[in-house]
Design a protein. Sequence first.
Lengths: 113, 112
Amino acid sequence: DTEVTQTPKHLVMGMTNKKSLKCEQHMGHRAMYWYKQKAKKPPELMFVYSYEKLSINESVPSRFSPECPNSSLLNLHLHALQPEDSALYLCASSSAGGGSPLHFGNGTRLTVT
Amino acid sequence: GEDVEQSLFLSVREGDSSVINCTYTDSSSTYLYWYKQEPGAGLQLLTYIFSNMDMKQDQRLTVLLNKKDKHLSLRIADTQTGDSAIYFCAATYNNAGNMLTFGGGTRLMVKP
């Protein structure tokens, strides 16, 4: 069982919908991450939060909006997505120190219709 | 930037050893990781090695690091059908905090 919990497991949304992905960890980690993974590809970094502040945005389109309400929670708000945004969205967390391994959740499988 | 390469596919028989290889380009890579991904699941951290180590063993898993050749390998002893998955090598380096550069993944198929 993973110690990073993501909800929902699956999400189908239309291009005009607004939805949110949620991630929670209780390992005391102060760094949290969003990754996007397309089929048969490695994960691609989207955002990094360190001590609840956005530290890295990998040039992600504004239709993806991250939020870190507290040290245990990470959200990804979705609006006006495109079919090519369909993917597995993975949340991860780590200690803030350099080299600390990332622990991943099981992801949310997103389908945009 | 860092580039991490892996072979695409490996097939072994149950009970044999599996060796999954990875090469990286940035000699300042400080931590190297192996993750396992089963179908429909997230990435499971298997093991990791610091760049000042040559080898790390953890039960059936052995990681070997050749810094001169920038080559990392993961050996799985007594491979089981439950080991069938995609294995990702990843590297991070000093000036990138915990940002990972992933290889493309190696699909391991274990035949009974």
